[in-house]
Design a binder for this molecule. Structure first.
Ligand SMILES: *[C@@H]1O[C@H](CO)[C@@H](O)[C@H](O)[C@H]1NC(C)=O
Ligand SMILES: *[C@@H]1O[C@H](CO)[C@@H](O)[C@H](O)[C@H]1NC(C)=O
Ligand SMILES: *[C@@H]1O[C@H](CO)[C@@H](O)[C@H](O)[C@H]1NC(C)=O
Ligand SMILES: *[C@@H]1O[C@H](CO)[C@@H](O)[C@H](O)[C@H]1NC(C)=O
Ligand SMILES: *[C@@H]1O[C@H](CO)[C@@H](O)[C@H](O)[C@H]1NC(C)=O
Length: 652
């Protein structure tokens, strides 16, 4: 947690209790409260329970942490978690009536709620749940007599249920959205339904349907919108990316030939240090991978500028074909790079990533480290070869350790000017095998721990953590002269009035001058001035049932052919949509300027479903109400269901 200085270290070496006296390996967990400088045993706080290796630790907001126990005991009815609200000083023990299938996560809107996913089919027929703020909404799967999946919902912790849809294929949640996919007729392609109101209504997404050999994948989502990948038929390793509106109904094509490899990994990255910036890779017609960046949340994509200080290499015929290409999950999975692109909301504009310069992303060329200070418009080559890197002091300090496949490490590099100059520091006399760089989330700290191991004589590795406190090196606190005003997205150009406008707003940040060597410190907060921009056509989408006319770019009512799908939904569904044909791009806050007006507002009924009250389901009365600070919410999955966490993509 931010500002706690606490690290928890979990031991996954199980040793039989009777051998414990002989070995330190019986310690199940250690804690450090001084940024990793010293550790002590806290096994007793969790009753000497061993913590799972896979998703054993979930760190929440503030000082909350959840440890999930390894429970090999056969007669145990469910999983065990230990929750702490004080960064591990005390733990509360909770026995779950189900087994976890995924890490416990904190609810998107209210971190007091936890969301869990279980695979217990045996435990009554509760399969999955999700909460809302007023009470608890439970959405869950059930299997009917034929073994098909039914999506049901309860708002009273299992007293009564309503059926949302039958014959469900998958169900999940991301950001503020709940979704399910369904084959509406046997062996027909799947379609997706989304809810942006915690399950009150689900609407069919205007997306291409997916046959059984295709998949949908939600790349990222927040309270406003979703990025959605729809796989191409066949093993093409690419598909089409769509962006949604705020209701999850309207989807606009954002990027074609979006790379999605055989292991179902996409390189989609949210650049969190600048609003509206996303990075991903395409698989082009010539079979090469090229990087593209969007500065307007998927509205348009373009290739990355070539860094000024890096040459294109001999193979590149012309500077026109020379760009920066960034390694993503695809490359990390193939061990080409040790880390993904790094950006932090507190370090405005800063992006650090591995890449290659040339015609396309090269896996044979050694990846180098590149830095951008303006959110991805301009880049600089900064370190040769692959590195592990971290951002400290809200971007005032970057640290990096060279990635050594076999060798041992003893040196850390650091830069106070966003990677223009680097200095080295030998932090140990005895080098060790590198395992990771650990620093506090939130980037406010100036302590970083390098951890790894040294082989000991008895063959057992000895774990080592070295904590480096850069506070003793950068001693001056920043003052007003160290900061400057920076208009975000100003590198985009445009007329002075529209310069910096993205999604209807321009933002001027107060940020540290690059040449200032001083500490932002713990009290640093990102401060910005916002002003709204005049609206243009680009700030609007054509609403459901409308399309953009090629010649006038006005939104016009879809002709009768397309109306067919609309009519299908007119019967039986009461949900109505009042529309003037235009809809603002999600979270766009432009004011004045272009104001599209259709003469009449028309009513359109999207293909929606509302939960219909079903008979109360007695067998689910075993839903348990937990007498703890948190309300545990179960989500369990049957076979084909894969759910989505916020950062991790998944396919459904
Ligand atoms: C702790 O362990 C003891 C003995 O193994 C057991 O009786 C007790 O129920 C455990 N308590 C918790 C909270 O796990
Ligand atoms: C991208 O990251 C920013 C900053 O953390 C966040 O506010 C935004 O919701 C994210 N976007 C999506 C689509 O997840
Ligand atoms: C760090 O150690 C290397 C040898 O491994 C040495 O060449 C270098 O000069 C040392 N750097 C500093 C700053 O002491
Ligand atoms: C670094 O760690 C020390 C304790 O070991 C702590 O007193 C100090 O505040 C930390 N510095 C920062 C900037 O977090
Ligand atoms: C658009 O304009 C072109 C040339 O002016 C015309 O040939 C075409 O039919 C127009 N398209 C539509 C859909 O009206």
């Amino acid at each position: 947690g931010d500002g706690t200085g606490v690290s928890i270290c979990i031991n996954h070496h199980h040793i039989h209790p009777t051998l414990c006296k002989l070995s330190q390996n019986c310690l199940s967990s250690l804690i450090s409260t001084d940024y990793g400088k010293s550790f002590h045993d806290i096994s007793h706080r969790i009753n000497h329970t061993f913590i799972r290796e896979e998703f054993g630790v979930s760190v929440g907001p503030g000082s909350s942490v959840i440890l999930t126990a390894d429970t090999p005991v056969v007669d145990n009815p469910g999983g065990i978690i230990f929750t702490s609200m004080d960064a591990g000083a005390t733990f509360k023990f909770i026995q779950l009536p189900f087994h976890l299938a995924q890490p416990v996560t904190y609810h998107f809107f209210n971190p007091d709620y936890l969301v869990a996913l279980s695979i217990d089919v045996s435990h009554s027929n509760i399969i999955s749940m999700t909460t809302d703020l007023e009470g608890v909404t439970v959405v869950f799967f059930d299997t009917d007599e034929r073994g098909d999946l039914v999506l049901k919902r309860t708002k009273d912790l299992g007293e009564t249920f309503t059926t949302i849809h039958e014959d469900i294929y998958s169900f999940g949640y991301i950001g503020a959205f709940l979704f399910f996919s369904v084959m509406e007729e046997p062996r027909s392609p799947r379609v997706m339904y989304f809810s942006s109101d915690q399950g009150d209504t689900f609407s069919r997404a205007l997306l291409p349907s997916a046959s059984t050999e295709q998949f949908y994948s939600i790349l990222d989502g927040d309270e406003d919108m979703l990025f959605m990948h729809v796989d191409n038929p066949g093993d093409t390793f690419f598909g089409t990316m769509y962006t949604s509106d705020d209701r999850g109904i309207l989807f606009s094509k954002s990027l074609e030939r979006h790379l999605f490899d055989g292991q179902r990994k996409s390189d989609f990255t949210n650049i969190t240090s600048l609003r509206g910036v996303y990075l991903t890779n395409k698989l082009d017609l010539d079979g090469r991978i090229r990087s593209v960046i969007s500065f307007n949340r998927g509205g348009t994509w373009k290739q990355l500028n070539k860094p000024d200080n890096v040459d294109c290499g001999e193979q590149v015929k012309s500077v026109r074909w020379c760009n920066l290409h960034i390694h993503g999950e695809h490359s990390r999975n193939n061990r080409i790079v040790p880390m993904l692109a790094l950006s932090e909301p507190t370090a405005i504009g800063l992006v650090i990533a591995h890449g290659t310069v040339g015609d396309s992303l090269s896996s044979s060329q050694h990846p180098d480290v590149f830095v951008s200070s303006d959110g991805g418009y301009n880049w600089r080559g900064t370190l040769r070869g692959p590195h592990h890197y971290s951002i400290l002091d809200s971007g005032g300090l970057i640290v990096a350790v060279e990635a050594q496949r076999e060798g041992q490490v003893k040196t850390i590099k650091f830069s106070t000017d966003e990677g223009q100059c680097w200095k080295s520091y030998n932090f140990t006399e005895q080098p060790f095998f590198f395992a990771g760089l650990a620093c506090e989330p939130g980037t406010k700290a100036m302590n970083v721990s390098v951890w790894g191991f040294r082989p000991e004589e008895d063959g057992q590795p000895m774990w080592v953590a070295v904590t480096i406190d850069f506070q003793s090196l950068i001693t001056r606190e920043c003052n007003d002269q160290d900061y400057e005003q920076w208009l975000a997205h100003s590198a985009e150009g445009g007329t002075s009035e529209r310069k910096g406008c993205v999604l209807g707003v321009k933002e001027t940040y107060r940020r540290l001058k690059r040449q200032s060597v001083c500490r932002n410190g713990r009290n640093f907060v990102v401060s910005k001035k916002q002003s709204s921009c005049l609206c243009t056509r680009e700030d609007y989408l054509c609403d459901y049932g409308y399309y953009r006319h090629v010649n006038t770019s006005d939104c016009v009512r879809q002709p009768s052919a397309a109306n067919k799908s609309l009519e299908m939904c007119l019967n039986g569904e009461e949900d109505e949509l009042l529309t003037a044909g235009y809809r603002k791009v999600p979270s766009d806050r432009c004011e004045g300027g272009y104001n599209p007006q259709l003469a009449v507002q028309t009513v359109i009924r999207p293909c929606g479903v509302k939960p219909s009250p079903g008979p109360p389901d007695k067998s689910t009365s075993s839903v348990t109400h937990f007498d703890t600070l948190v309300i545990i919410v179960l989500v369990a999955v049957v076979s084909a269901v894969i759910s989505v966490r916020r950062v991790v993509y998944s396919n459904s």
